[in-house]
Design a binder for this molecule. Structure first.
Ligand SMILES: [Zn+2]
Length: 150
């Protein structure tokens, strides 16, 4: 496995390394190579892609869709966990992106799970009855184990 410096993240969309200052690590920025909005940092946990959404994301529908399309292109049964830990607000456009990706992954016999939802964001999900659509887990551990054991 390649060693990654603390100031380096990989752009999921173009696979290139992006150098970030320590203060930028958990902020939203654009990939200098492909101009994708880097609205999350990604990791793989027990074979499942985990997307750690940056706290003050301005990501919109299309930013979320681009990631969904990438997963559909690269995996037979695309699966991902969107970790919303520390995210206190997401726009309706971002939510629309999550809904679209959820539906498309499901249609491809994949799954999208969401975890660590802030109570305020959760209120919005419940108000829009999205808690019935999305697979929502209290924490990442239970989301990961639902993939591993499911
Ligand atoms: Zn890129």
């Amino acid at each position: 496995m390649e060693k990654t410096d603390i100031g380096q993240v990989q752009c999921l969309l173009c696979s290139k390394q992006v150098a970030l200052k320590p203060t930028e690590l958990f902020r939203e920025t654009r990939c200098p190579h492909c101009d994708a909005l880097l609205w999350f940092r990604h990791r793989t946990v027990q074979g499942v892609m985990v997307l750690d959404v940056v706290p003050e994301t301005k990501a919109e529908n299309l930013d979320v869709m681009r990631v969904g399309e990438l997963l559909l292109r690269t995996e037979a049964n695309p699966k991902a966990i969107v970790n919303l830990d520390g995210v206190k607000f997401i726009s309706s456009s971002f939510i629309a992106g999550l809904i679209a990706v959820h539906r498309r992954l499901k249609a491809a016999e994949g799954r999208l799970a969401i975890c660590s939802v802030h109570p305020v964001v959760m209120e919005g999900f419940v108000g829009a009855r999205l808690d019935r659509l999305f697979e929502i887990f209290d924490d990442e551990e239970s989301a990961v184990s639902s993939f591993v054991n499911g």
